[in-house]
Design a protein around this ligand. Structure first.
Ligand code: SF4
Length: 395
């Protein structure tokens, strides 16, 4: 039930955390039916601690499994016939249909057996743009549609930090992505480790595009139109977590949806509901504790798992996040990031104010923004309380 450092938790190899074992389920394209998602939530309630998460990358996580409960949990999940739920898969925007470029890369990785050779966290995003683009998602290889049939190729970062190699048509971009994956499979390394000479060689023959205009980040909350024209209603899990009971109740309330799709930023897209049902479904989701307002502060706070879920945690990051959200914080065009140890998990992209627990206290920092006076006061006060508690604990 253990895993090597840096590997990703899966159904067959869950990861040890502070509140037991954690399993991750990533169905193809994040697509589930209400019935199947309810089946997962019921199994999580029976065999885990009843907490499920949808991560910032749109993966489903089940918390609080044990060595004894994992095998029957896995059996129940396999009986739901979800298809492949772990291993390498290209990540694509949630509004887009299956993308030929993504399918080509997935097929190549499967044919060559690269999944066993690539470092566990190697990732590829294929981003067709639109309202729910993938600029906030970091990846070893980023492919971004430029709207004229060509694709921009970036290495080792998110929309703001990737090293952009250049652009090519779909065939050229696909060939280059496969070549990069081949190199990563040979070395077991990450794209960020390429030398300047290797990066220069990978740019050869591409049209020179070295920047990517940053796009406004949209929360997966509200009405959306899928690329194929279907309507979708987006809701999100507060700080990425929800109880099994609430998720089952949601699935029952939207049993007429054709699909529930997992989306980045802890979202669920309820696809194919009749327009007149939207208000009623939003109300039901809100009552169950889901985020239904795109301006809700819960969407602008990234909290790590914290205590008690993570054994390294120095404080309960989700409780502090709830306190901040209740106070209407953050109150500016930036995210608040709360991390219960130096590792800094859940670091969001873009302008951010960080409160990070360190040995004997907390550090407050900001990137690309300045905290408002109200947020600064709140964080300094809470930081002092946490520091006093941490000193008491270590004393
Ligand atoms: S930042 Fe530290 S405490 Fe928080 S989830 Fe990561 S390892 Fe755990």
């Amino acid at each position: 039930m253990t895993m090597r450092r840096g590997a990703c938790p899966t159904l067959s190899a869950p990861m040890k955390t502070g509140d037991g074992l954690l399993a991750r389920i990533a169905p193809a394209h994040g697509a589930l039916t209400p019935e199947k998602l309810a089946g997962i939530a019921k199994a999580a309630g029976r065999h885990g601690n009843g907490i499920l998460e949808v991560t910032a990358r749109g993966k489903l996580q089940i918390r609080g499994l044990t060595a004894q409960s994992t095998p029957p949990f896995a059996t129940e999940i396999n009986a739901l016939e979800l298809g492949p739920v772990d291993g390498f898969a290209v990540e694509a925007g949630p509004l887009a249909p299956a993308q030929p470029l993504a399918e080509r890369i997935n097929a190549h990785v499967a044919e060559r057996g690269y999944a066993a050779l690539l470092a566990p966290k190697v990732s590829v995003t294929v981003d067709e743009g639109g309202a729910l683009h993938l600029d906030a998602i970091s990846a070893d290889i980023k492919l971004v549609a430029l709207g004229d049939g060509s694709w921009l190729i970036g290495l080792g970062g998110n929309g703001a930090t990737a090293h952009w190699l250049g652009a090519g048509d779909e065939r050229v971009a696909g060939d280059r992505a496969l070549a990069i994956l081949g190199l990563l499979a040979q070395t077991g390394g990450r794209a960020r480790d390429f030398t300047q000479a290797e990066t220069n060689a990978l740019s050869a023959g591409l049209a020179p595009v070295k920047t990517h205009a940053s796009r406004a980040d949209a929360a997966p909350v509200g009405p959306f139109t899928m690329a194929a024209g279907e309507s979708a209603l987006g809701i999100a899990l507060p700080f990425g977590q929800i109880s099994a009971e609430a998720l089952v109740a949601l699935c029952e309330a939207v049993s007429d949806a054709s699909e529930i799709r997992l989306a980045p930023r802890s979202g669920l897209l309820l696809i194919g509901l009749d327009g007149p049902r939207h208000d009623e479904v939003f109300q039901a989701a809100h009552t169950l504790g889901f985020v239904t307002d795109a301006h809700d502060p819960h969407l602008f706070i990234a909290a790590c798992a914290g205590a008690p879920a993570c054994a390294s945690a120095r404080f309960d990051a989700k409780a502090l996040a709830a306190e901040a959200a209740a106070a209407g914080l953050p109150d500016g065009p930036f995210r608040l990031h709360l991390s219960a140890c130096e590792k800094g998990c859940a670091q969001p992209a873009g302008p951010v104010v960080n409160l990070i627990a360190v040995e004997g206290g907390c550090t407050l920092s900001s990137v690309g923004t300045k905290p408002s006076e109200r947020l600064r006061t709140f964080l300094i006060e809470r930081g002092e309380t946490l520091r006093a508690a941490l000193l008491r604990k270590s004393g």
